[in-house]
Design a protein around this ligand. Structure first.
Ligand code: NDP
Length: 449
């Protein structure tokens, strides 16, 4: 185990998030390696941590003042053992190769858990859409796609959204792909409803994370009714996490953006959520503005001098980190435990550092790791691909039912694998081993490629 982690560190010493994602998986799969000695002789771990292909390209674009900018574009085609590469595009200034490799690596196992035939990939750019005009975003997306189109396709690699890439960006990207290829295919998911998109896709990640939480609680004969919940983020995942929590009778008291967070002790309701959605999706504003309308709510700006995030330091029952990676450090994890949190369901990818996960597990929290709890988004993306291939569309009710069934099945798979490998109730072990075995067996079937 240690030699694989060391190998990854030696090869790419600066890719910290990738090291973290590999360590988290590798440290939990020992029982599967012990039961299957052929995995070792096939050098399966060495093959899994090396992307099948990495594409890195220049993205030049012009702003509204006529000034030229140059960003970097990436696509990591990580593993195609069980289907075409599938995973989102992230536009955020922090994007680099290490972050995208961690996301692509996680995606491989997550996609395997969904039961749908999808390999793992991820991509994006260090472009920051914040504060850019629609025309600037369009020119950037067109330039990005004018290179990426060579490598993707409905049976090869099917990107979707992620941080900074929503319906607007997917529209511009799709338009350019269609023009360059002269074909109308399901090459991207997260499309607009009237041109090939799927109902429930925008809601799927947030709803799925709440469905997963409900399944975890059911193992202790409990429900989300009247639970007080902390949510971080205010983008796609956070908004629909809040919506489903309200539907199920929970009380949500926090949300955030990268500048600060809101604590609304009275709890959000439908009207407040509508305002938040309008603020973020239409006005593209900051969460601080929420307090101008709801004056009892408190806004706390990010304080770089603090070594913890005060959002995670409120009394509550459940936590739904839905913003970004490593947003819960060890101190935050301890604060959550001290404040009585009994459940954490990760809408974001890898939001908790490894030491934080250990604190959750040591304290017997119901802890749903991102690769299981947030798999609802890519699951409905898989259903969007099916609908596109069949040239048909399921109803909202059908899709929500399928999403629920998939989340139920992912939960069951993780629980059963945790049981089989001697770690009952540990969803980290369950998710990692179940995803790992499925992908690795497919790799072995397909020979040394
Ligand atoms: P959005 O861009 O819609 O929203 C991201 C939210 O997180 C915003 O509120 C943003 O604040 C905040 N945020 C981003 N970066 C940081 C940071 N460095 N520090 C603090 N806050 C930050 O993205 P999504 O909601 O789609 O994605 C959120 C998380 O969920 C990510 O980890 C993503 O990988 C994961 N995920 C998303 C899926 C999807 O279907 N969209 C599927 C599975 C996982 P600000 O506005 O200030 O940038």
């Amino acid at each position: 185990m240690n030699s694989i982690i060391q190998l990854v560190k030696d090869k790419d010493p600066v890719e910290r998030e990738f090291h973290q994602a590999v360590s988290e998986v590798v440290e939990t799969i020992q029982p599967a390696l012990d039961q299957n000695p052929e995995y070792r002789s096939a050098k399966i771990l060495e093959r899994l941590v090396e992307p099948e292909r990495v594409i890195l390209f220049r993205v030049p674009w012009m702003d509204d003042q006529g000034e030229i900018h140059v960003n970097r574009g990436f696509r990591i085609e990580m593993n195609s053992a069980i289907g075409p590469y599938k995973g989102g595009l992230r536009f955020h200034p922090s994007v680099n190769l290490g972050i995208l490799k961690f996301l692509a690596f996680e995606q491989v196992f997550k996609n395997a858990l969904t039961t749908l035939p999808m390999g793992g990939g991820k991509g994006g750019s260090d472009f920051d859409p914040k504060g850019k005009s629609d025309n600037e975003v369009m020119r950037f997306c067109q330039s990005f796609m004018s290179e990426l189109f060579r490598y993707i396709g409905p049976d090869t690699d099917v990107p979707a959204g992620d941080i900074g890439v929503g319906a607007r960006e997917i529209g511009y990207l799709f338009g350019m792909y269609k023009k360059l290829r002269n074909e109308f295919t399901g090459v991207l998911t997260g499309k607009g409803l009237n041109w090939g998109g799927s109902l429930i896709r925008p809601e799927a990640t947030g709803y799925g994370s709440v469905y997963f939480a409900a399944e975890m609680l059911a193992t202790r004969d409990d429900t989300l009714q009247s639970k007080t919940c902390l949510v971080s983020g205010s983008g796609n995942v956070a908004q629909y996490t809040i919506e489903k929590l309200l539907d199920l009778g929970a009380k949500v008291v926090t949300f955030s953006d990268s500048s600060g967070y809101i604590f609304d002790e009275a709890g959000l309701d439908r009207e407040k959520l509508d305002f938040l959605m309008m603020l973020k999706n239409v006005r593209r504003g900051r969460v601080q503005k929420y307090c101008e309308k709801y004056t009892d709510a408190v806004y706390t700006p990010v304080d770089p001098a603090l070594d913890y995030n005060p959002l995670w330091n409120h009394k509550a029952d459940c936590a739904f980190p839905s913003a970004t990676q490593n947003e819960i450090n060890a101190k935050d994890a301890q604060n959550l435990v001290n404040n009585g949190i009994g459940l954490v369901s990760e809408g974001a990818n890898m939001p908790t550092v490894i030491e934080g996960i250990d604190i959750f597990l040591d304290n017997k929290l119901l802890y749903g790791p991102g690769k299981a709890a947030n798999a609802g988004g890519v699951s409905v993306s898989g259903l969007e691909m099916s609908q596109n291939s069949m040239r048909m569309a399921w109803t909202r009710e059908e899709l929500d039912e399928r999403l629920k069934m998939i989340m139920k099945s992912i939960h069951k798979t993780c629980l059963e694998a945790s049981d089989q490998y001697g770690a009952t109730g540990n969803y980290v072990v369950g998710a990692n081993i179940a995803g790992f075995v499925k992908v690795v067996d497919a790799m072995l079937d397909q020979g040394l490629v």
